[in-house]
Design a protein around this ligand. Structure first.
Ligand code: DQA
Length: 146
């Protein structure tokens, strides 16, 4: 059985490409997703990718899908969502938090993440490579636990 990696993109990430390009770059969500598909070792792992603007849908996805490793960019919910934090604690799967921008280099309110202290690691500020490094970390970690 292949291990499955779930990738969740939070609110407004469907706007990548048009959204504040000086902060988030010119690439689109499809570009990120295509790169994830290209870079995953598909003989070893399955991948599912999900985007939602709704906190409830993200909680449902985290808690009701079967997967072995989660890569999540909760976007604005990073800074506010006790519900997403509780879902991660409830399901207790290895998780990497990723951000396109460096959240520690921006407005004060972005410096606080509700989930950083309950995940395996955080990758922030490397543009679309944040996701690819998250994927690499997920594959290394899953291989180790085989
Ligand atoms: C983000 C950073 C968040 O502060 C912001 O609300 C986002 C995207 C990032 O990927 O850099 O929507 O998570």
């Amino acid at each position: 059985m292949k291990n499955k990696i779930l990738v969740i993109h939070g609110p407004n990430l469907h706007l990548l490409g048009k959204r504040e390009p000086e902060i988030y770059g010119n690439f689109t969500l499809d570009d990120i997703n295509n790169s994830l598909h290209e870079n995953i070792s598909s003989e070893e792992f399955d991948i599912e990718i999900f985007q939602s603007n709704s906190e409830g849908d993200i909680v449902e996805k985290i808690t009701k899908t079967s997967y072995d490793f989660l890569i999540i960019n909760p976007a604005a919910y990073t800074h506010t969502s006790v519900a997403i934090r509780d879902a991660l604690l409830g399901i207790n799967k290895p998780t990497i938090e990723v951000h396109i921008s460096n959240i520690f280099k921006r407005e004060e309110f972005r410096k606080k993440s509700m989930i950083s202290d309950v995940v395996l690691g955080v990758i922030s500020g490397l543009g679309k490579h944040s996701y690819l490094l998250g994927l690499e970390a997920a594959m290394i970690s899953l291989r180790k636990n085989k």
